[in-house]
Design a protein around this ligand. Structure first.
Ligand code: AMP
Ligand code: TRP
Length: 331
């Protein structure tokens, strides 16, 4: 059975981009594979974050996972920090990834570009090492992510190949990323040439926005010249982004979405996109609120950590043995 693993950082303000590119699809794997979904709380520390804000984001993300339809009986849901093997494997893997390749990572370059060297934490630089540990710890075959994370899965593959070459081909499992055909990169509503990200309140839809705000943001999304609702990323980036959002939410292809909107004016088109997003988010938020109020995420996270540890500890042992650390219980 395929092993599927993914995670999201609890840095707050999850967007519709996170939802469409990642969160919404995690549940699709739980009937056919063994699914591990975690909260990348250690990764959230790679940029300064307030402790109380972080703790709340972790609760939120746990509730988002459950509200998205992940079933804790089928999927193992846990926090990264509750399974210390992540940090332990990180300490080993960091010796097999190099300064040059880490400094070429797009995410690192983007996040550090306006920072002085004296303010860039080592954790931000070494981010992909911990991410590689997250993935290989569960012998994951498939890693569903948005487009911006492909590079990090690629570097994980590099380190797996490097280690297997040196210590034997069965040391680590080689993972593959999985990108959605539609919606792997949702763009900002105020500037459809840049990615929707957590730091742009105007162009983003946040998963906790109220429905009036969601509707308003979609109705005032930047559109393009012309009047036809057509998918054309180059000449109609705004319309193409809205079509992508609609197709992802309705779970139809871009072609089907285009066919549906033939003859529509931009205004009516936007109204229907807003209706679709509101219908989905409204239900999602109701479930989220119920989970937060009942605190049902807590036993889920506890049980998830225990289940995750069973797998993680075995992999860690295997790697420790392979690299030459002495097993003091079985020498
Ligand atoms: P992060 O918020 O960086 O932890 O990202 C969590 C997941 O959401 C990752 O799989 C990202 O690739 C995905 N993601 C983030 N922003 C977008 C976006 N604008 N469009 C599609 N996927 C996204
Ligand atoms: N780096 C991912 C992001 O920013 C989050 C993440 C951490 C992750 N570890 C992972 C995703 C392992 C997939 C697998 O979105």
């Amino acid at each position: 059975m395929a092993r599927i693993l993914s995670g999201i950082k609890p840095t707050g303000n999850l967007t519709l981009g996170n939802y469409i590119g990642a969160l919404k699809h995690f549940k699709d794997f739980q009937d056919s594979g063994e699914v591990y979904i975690f909260i990348a709380d250690l990764h959230a520390l790679t940029l300064p974050i307030d402790p109380e804000f972080l703790r709340n984001n972790i609760r939120d993300l746990a509730a988002f996972y459950l509200a998205s339809g992940l079933d804790p009986k089928k999927a193992t849901i846990f926090t990264q920090s509750s399974v210390p093997e992540h940090a332990e494997l990180n300490a080993i893997l960091q010796n097999y990834l190099y300064m040059g390749e880490l400094s070429r990572m797009t995410q690192f370059k983007e996040k550090s570009k306006n920072m002085k060297d004296s303010a860039i934490g080592l954790g931000l630089f070494a981010y992909p090492v911990l991410m590689a540990a997250d993935i290989v710890l569960y012998d994951a075959d498939i890693v569903p992510v948005g487009e911006d994370q492909i590079q990090h899965v690629e570097i994980t593959r590099d380190v797996v190949n490097r280690i297997n070459k040196r210590y034997g081909k069965d040391t680590l499992v080689l993972p593959n990323y999985k990108i959605n055909k539609v919606g792997a990169r949702i763009m900002s509503l105020s500037d459809p040439t840049v990615k929707m990200s957590k730091s742009d309140p105007k162009g983003d839809i946040f998963l906790r926005d109220d429905m009036k705000t969601v509707r308003k943001k979609i109705m005032s999304a930047v559109t393009d010249l012309g009047s036809e609702v057509k998918y054309d990323k180059e000449n109609k980036p705004g319309i193409s982004n809205l079509l992508t959002i609609y197709a992802s939410i309705k779970e139809v292809s871009i072609e089907e979405a285009e066919a549906h909107f033939v003859g529509y004016r931009y205004g009516d088109f936007k109204r229907e996109v807003a209706d679709a997003v509101v219908a989905e988010l409204e239900l999602f938020q109701q479930r989220y609120q119920q989970i937060i109020d009942s605190k049902e995420y807590l036993p889920v996270l506890r049980e998830g950590a225990a289940r995750a540890k069973l797998i993680a500890s075995k992999t860690l042992k295997r790697v420790q043995n392979a690299v030459g650390l002495l097993d003091i219980d079985n020498d």
